[in-house]
Design a binder for this molecule. Sequence first.
Ligand code: CA
Length: 526
Amino acid sequence: MTVLRKREETMRKFTLASVIMATTALTTPAFADDHLKIVDEPLELTIHLHWPRQQGYNENFPVEKAAREMTGIYLKDATAGRNSTDSMEAMNLLIAQGNMPDIVGGHRIRQPVNQYGPEGAFLPLNDLVAEHAPHIQAFWDAHPELQQAITAYDGNYYYIPYLPDGMFGRAWYVRQDWLDKLGLEQPQNVDELHDVLVAFRDGDPNGNGRKDEVPFFAREWEEVIRLVTLWDARSTGSDTFHDFYVTDDGKVVHPYAQDGYRDAMSHIAEWYAEGLIDAEIFTRGSSARDYLLSENLGGMTHDWFASTSGYNAALKDKVEGFDFKPFLPPASVSGVRMEEHRRTPLKPDGWAISYMNEHPVETIKYFDFWFTEEGRNLSNFGVEGETWDMIDGEPIFKPEVLNSDKPVNTQMYEVGAQIYRGYWMDYRYEWQWTDEDAREGIKLYEANDLLVDQFLGVSFNEEEQSVYDKYWPSLYTYMLERQQAWILGSGDIEADWDSYIQTLDKMGYSQVIEVMNSAYQRQYDE
Ligand code: CA
């Protein structure tokens, strides 16, 4: 790669640019309505922005036009790999081509920027932000653990992330009308939960005279693994399924190699055998919730607040008495109520400055613009007066946005808001289109101490990365294969456990754990 050669050259340019910028700043007139202007003359910066909903940056986004007006900076699309929907593939292509745009952003850039940043492909942002980006710096000062989490192995950080807002994502949901019909209360612990699921299976709560109810179902089969939390085990340490987690004594481990997991999984296999869990849990897929609720078959699930509460309105004329209600996580066998899922405070998405950028100071000021009040509103709600108005100091979506048939998030993507630039989400954006049932559920969850700390990931050095890449993919595949087999009843986890653990060791589990922990200690033990 040519990036190492170019680095010194880049650093010279960088110093020069700082000097120029410092001079310009002194001569910029301080007009009140120009307070967000970064440059006097329009400055074009090229951008690679590859993300799930769009492979490229649309220069006609109303949000882009407004940002130009406010800052003087124009983004020009230079996205690599536009014919692939795979952002990692696009990134590899970009790195391989060597000729990089000024800004590199989009989906899942954290790992590549932390790998190639220290090699010289991206600029370290620590000093640039400290000197020129007061709003981003203020965010880090208030959330030092998040800056720590994105820091690469050389101690620098290389991207400004998409930072979600809000705490709760998923919740437990039960057919309250089925409970009422059967004379049952919401289950408060594992035993009561088991009783409710049995009653759903046997009591014909949908009243059709057939034993066709599916007591527990999920759109994502991984939610069945999450039931291990009822027996004090873990299914993941983050908002990503099957992730590592950090133990109480500060060690990174994988949940599927713990004794607690073995015991919990044996209970889940029993529940599956008893017909309490959807027999088609691994195959039904993303339409499970839609199908099982609208056919009046599904009794309980664990899923996102906003979209799951939406079924009450959607099915009120179709399923008589339909009432799908969020309820508190039942207490585990040791009495712990845990909601394992939460919104991550930090995404692997965002944007970085490439080594070829000749305007790093202007670029970091531009990144900082999105953390000002005006920029944050623009990135969250779109253009003021077009999609929202400021009412009593609050950005409020226009009624036509809230009442449109098109989901609000889709409307935002179309105008260039809520896209995967480095920005700080404002939860008020989502709260406005969260219905009353979901709001009540969220308040209920907030009123109880349900959340656990999240594992925010580590940044490997080259050697650690190679160990991880060598062993982890096949370990992961093997663990998931065994997991499904045990639930489906092929094999008995208690009987198989010792040989399973031995196989994990042969496959390099302890090496992976070693590099996870060396990286974790370097990153978080300060
Ligand atoms: Ca029935």
